[in-house]
Ligand binder design. Sequence first.
Ligand code: HEC
Ligand code: HEC
Length: 278
Amino acid sequence: MRPLSLGIGLVLLSVFGMPNTLSAEVSGEAIFQQRCSACHSTGSDRLVGPGLADVTSRRDPAWLKRFIMAPDQVLASGDSIATALFQEYGVAMPNLGTTDAEADALIAFLGAAAATGGERTQPKTIAVATAEQILLGQDLFQGTKRLTNGGPTCNSCHEVTNDAVIGGGVLARELTTVFSRLGGPGVRAILGSPPFPVMQRAYQARPLTDPEVAALVGFLQQADADHALHQPRDYGVKLFGSGVIGALLLLALYSLLWRGRSRGAVHQAIYDRQISST
Ligand code: HEC
Ligand code: HEC
């Protein structure tokens, strides 16, 4: 094994292998804010996933606990509720490594939140990013510009396929189409408070600032749009434009070359001669 991959392996081991010593004292509400609120409201509003207002009465308690602890396994088992949810939302809830005790605390919190009516936690739309924001996002993603609070660059763990960005880590998921998968509010929510343990630890003490989040969301949206064109960035419009200009030039050239061509039918001249000779 190369020293680098060994190093990454060790980092992962220390992150994942660490027992969550806090879980016993942490309240369901705190866990919810930290790990779930990026994608769920405690009201009825749909964010990345469904609003969880009445989920404790809507679902069987045993199912609920299993799903919160290992949604990926419940889905993989062919469970009909999980399958229907996945089809409806188009996104699979990730396994967040939630422990037994944490799941109990979360369910207790959700039950209490339902009793008080819950509330929405995040707006559903995002502002359109400017060209400067997209460029800044790209620089931040690949580390040509440093993050204000000194967090690690995104491409040390992630990769995005875009001709402007050179390579990236493969430790975490490829993000080229994450914007289509999670939507603008979903991506922004994840960057605002990462629900994934590895990413959470990377940015806990060095959070992204709001302008950085907006720039990165803009960049990921752009990368996704570029990918959808199946063309490297910019070529789409330029190629179309040069095609149109080329066609116009050819048309102008042909009409110039053929300006002396006879306009009537070929036999017109013969006919005219016949007429005048009789
Ligand atoms: C990255 C986004 C994301 C995060 C973070 C997330 N979820 Fe989800 N969750 C989803 C999506 C998407 C669905 C619906 C699709 C599916 O089932 O995978 C869902 C579904 C659920 C459901 C089933 C809802 C129903 O109507 O039956 C529950 C319960 C749930 N999540 C609880 C949680 C809890 C508790 C946390 C925090 C520990 C959490 N989720 C974190 C995205 C997320
Ligand atoms: C220390 C490694 C690490 C760093 C640095 C990191 N991430 Fe992540 N990220 C992860 C992991 C692990 C996941 C969980 C999903 C997976 O398995 O890839 C994740 C998930 C995500 C997701 C959700 C992916 C999905 O499809 O559900 C987004 C979006 C994301 N990261 C964006 C970023 C951005 C933007 C940055 C830079 C500000 C960044 N990440 C930095 C490790 C990292």
